[in-house]
Design a binder for this molecule. Sequence first.
Ligand code: ATP
Length: 359
Amino acid sequence: MAYLTLRNINKIYPNGFHAVHDFNLEAERGEFIVFVGPSGCGKSTTLRMIAGLEDISKGEFLINGQLANNLGPREREVAMVFQSYALYPNMTVYDNLAFGLNLQGVDEDVIEERVQKTAKILGLTDYLDRMPRECSGGQRQRVAVGRSIIRKVGVFLMDEPLSNLDAKQRVTMRSEITQIHRETGATTIYVTHDQTEAMTMADRIVVMKNGYVQQVGTPKEVYFNPVNMFVAGFIGEPPMNFIRRKVKDGCIVIGGASFDLSKCIGEKIAGYEGQEIVFGFRPEAIALGAQENAFTTAGMVELTEMLGDNANVYIDIDDDKSILKVTPHEIPEMDTEVTFSIPYESVYLFDAKTEMVIK
Ligand code: ATP
């Protein structure tokens, strides 16, 4: 049985705004689930409904098979880490960590033991006597995470916990949170708008847009088998390239080259004759030059970005912009024509009207 069940969950705010539509999810015990999507898509609202901080307007929320819609936040046995660390400024790191346990009236000895253990997991042992203002952003974030894991609850809810950290700290904390999750084994729901965080941390990702779940799947599933253009464009960095073309005789023309789309979707292409289709390919799924079993075309190089281990090449093909990812040794000259190939199996075709993938 799933540990957390969200069944057709809806949120309609008192002003009438419908922020979350029919959200469905079954999270297994110990799973690390990431809600990802652009700002305003309803991630925090859904998390807050799970936490009990926001009423559920419609639908059922179950914990361990028991209806929990009307349980208060405490009864749900969840711990939440917010975007702002919300530490008590006048308490030491030790007291911040101990605060929740003190409130519960836990024995001093037990508190001491748990604070020390939590501090050890989070690398805070040397900072227990410091005040929050004497800690770096990363250390404060660790204290905030520590305050939730010290409580030994069944579910951790994290709302953009790394957004106040710089890029380097985010990468470090990302792996630390994953590590803590492995050690505690607690079911975790983590909200972010950062697809890299989602891809690197999640067992399963829930991609959201405008209050609707677009796709639920493992990082590999959402990357390799996106259900629609939104997911295909949101997951992956740089995003998938899209080129819109009209189908004629089962083919589209890109950069003067004719692509026989039956090579990708077989006879289904007949249903799109005379209609627009969206041709998608990932920047990293190309090879320079001509290749077997691939579509080969060319574009003009407008800009190149050297990133170290790879480079992005911005090209123009008949006024359509695309990005190609190449190795640092393959960077073409600006304003030259670059020939490249896209293997048939790396091509994604989308219905231009519905934006759904054509399989
Ligand atoms: P962000 O990444 O910016 O935090 P989000 O995906 O977490 O975004 P939510 O905070 O869940 O988005 O908000 C979803 C939608 O609900 C937004 O359009 C927001 O303006 C709206 N909303 C949030 N709180 C309220 C409220 N109290 N009353 C009315 N509308 C609200």
